[in-house]
Design a binder for this molecule. Sequence first.
Ligand code: UFG
Length: 335
Amino acid sequence: MKVFVTGGAGYVGSHAVRALCDAGHDVVVLDNLSKGHEQAVDGRARLVVGELADVELLDRELIGGGFDGVMHFAALADVNESVRCPGLYYENNVVNSVRLLAAMERAEITRLVFSSTCATYGEPEACPITEDMRQQPINPYGRTKLAMEWAMRDAVDAWGLGATALRYFNASGAAADGSIGEDHTPETHLIPIVLQVALEQRDGVKIFGTDYPTPDGTCVRDYIHVDDLASAHVLAIESQKPSTFRSYNVGTGRGTSVREIIEAARTVTGHPIPAEEAPRRAGDPPKLFADPTKIQSELGWSPVHMDIESTVAAAWRWHSAHPHGFSPASQEAAP
Ligand code: UFG
């Protein structure tokens, strides 16, 4: 299968590109490298550096390009930034995505796998979360992802697109060989922040909220290993039929609290990782974890990494070998 991957130089995208190449697929990556990293793109894929907003570029690549499908990762994904700059998020995550749908229609490509998010559920009615629960996002980021899900459904009805929305929970971990991993600037996610403390790049981690209605008072999330997310993408694109919309929650089905993450990181790194209790961060739901039954039964997917310590250990292999991420200074020796 020949697959066009937008955002294939980013964190989840680069792991999916590698999984596609491993499965024998032919891959072309489009990335503007604003957040992604050239070094993260598998050498077996062709990288086109350009903008999703460049409609002529899309037509040049897609029309007559022999593509069977598209995986669409390119997006902005910082919830706080989306609250401050909603226009930027609607432009990148909705307008550009709708342009991609139009380009796919012109090129007659009918398979799409889209990076959606558990943030489309907002504060869920219950946990674990099933796909049929009400989608009522509580921030612009979640709303832009939900808007694209609706645009996809309409394209399915209008011109025969076949599309899958993979609603990720908390992407985490790194490739088993430690060669690619998470590198965001600025970093806002819990696991990389905790590991930066272990690398002594930060003094400590703040625990945002200790009075939530959860067993230890801290927020509970479903940390899904990025390689398990990648395998879900490969199964989704391979099984995609035209004129069909599917949505799947992609998580382990297990919740882990902030304190449990810090504890796992202490075990994995051997560093005491000082932690300070801090007020709640605005917009954090107390508890989010998936019911992944639908993707398990329909696609035969199941996560390989069920143990949070092994996911934190995978992230640690990446961060300790690349203390400055993909930047040239990453050649420094591990501590
Ligand atoms: N947290 C801390 N201290 C930190 C950073 C995070 O206590 O320094 C806490 C957060 O408050 C939250 C948990 O750790 O309770 C996880 O936070 P992350 O920022 O790592 O991840 P989120 O759950 O906020 O975000 C993820 C995805 C988003 C998505 C969101 C849906 O990264 O893209 O889930 O709620 F929108």
